[in-house]
Write a protein that binds this ligand. Structure first.
Ligand code: CTP
Ligand code: CA
Length: 237
């Protein structure tokens, strides 16, 4: 018997979910990082597992949201490490969700020893662009490295600016990334990062746009999975 209202519609669906922030090393003790708490990705992993999915969570740095039961957890540090795990594990997945906050840039070189203060003041940090993991997964699907019916989901945290609102940026990002669903969050002014509540839209490559109700990340997770479940091919469930 299942507890009330919890659908069991993802039974046997293999999901790989990334969460948390990547850390890009500067030297053995320092890194460039971000404020991602990992809460949304962890909530997705927990909800998917409760709905019967076989879930692997590839986790960067988090604020320790608590390990979901019955979920395989793979810890990673940098974007490149996360990419290695995601691209390998996507081969055996029906659904791949990039909920992680991946650093766009990393220091070009990592010092072998701790950088000293010295007498000359700080040296500039030179950056290189990290691989785009989500775009790489879409490319792997196009190239046949992963199955053509693998569902690929991305996230976007947008503030809106002089070029357009949150939704405009989300729509453009969905087209640019080529994923099947893009979860768009409005951020800034204390929204989303590290908070308990979240709000946004699910944009679908087929043009459907579904508003997500303001509420907990757990509620967001279950609404997102409702959309994902519709895209999973019948034979996979
Ligand atoms: N993403 C990724 N690899 C990166 C950067 C982002 O896989 N190097 C993924 C994120 O996990 C998210 C989606 O791409 O699912 C969108 O991330 P976002 O930072 O919003 O998009 P960017 O393409 O990096 O664009 P920008 O930061 O300039 O808005
Ligand atoms: Ca980015």
């Amino acid at each position: 018997d299942r507890p009330d209202a919890l659908p069991y519609d993802l039974s046997g669906v293999r999901m790989v979910i990334s969460a948390g922030g990547t850390r890009e090393a500067l030297d053995p003790v320092r890194y460039l990082g971000n404020h991602s708490s990992g809460k949304q990705g962890y909530a997705l992993a927990r909800a998917a597992s409760q709905r019967g999915a076989d879930v692997t969570l590839v986790s960067g740095a988090t604020s320790n949201p608590g390990d979901p039961a019955s979920v395989r957890i793979v810890n990673v540090d940098s974007a490149r490490e996360m990419q290695r795990e995601m691209s390998e594990r996507a081969v055996d997945a029906d659904v791949v969700i990039m909920a992680a906050a991946v650093a766009d840039f990393r220091p070009v070189s990592v010092a072998d020893a701790k950088i000293k203060k010295g007498d000359d003041g700080p040296a500039p940090i030179v950056l290189d662009t990290n691989p785009d993991i989500l775009a790489g997964l879409v490319r792997d699907r196009t190239d046949g490295k992963i199955a053509s019916d693998t569902v690929i989901v991305g996230f976007a945290a947008e503030t809106g600016d002089e070029h357009g609102g949150v939704l405009d940026h989300g729509r453009a990002k969905l087209r640019r990334k080529g994923c099947d669903l893009l979860i768009v969050n409005a951020v800034g002014g204390g929204k989303a990062f590290g908070t308990e509540d979240n709000t946004g839209w699910v944009l679908s490559a087929d043009g459907r746009e579904t508003g997500l109700p303001f509420g907990s990340k757990t509620l967001m997770a279950s609404r997102i999975l409702d959309e994902v479940a519709q895209l999973v091919p019948d034979g996979r469930v």
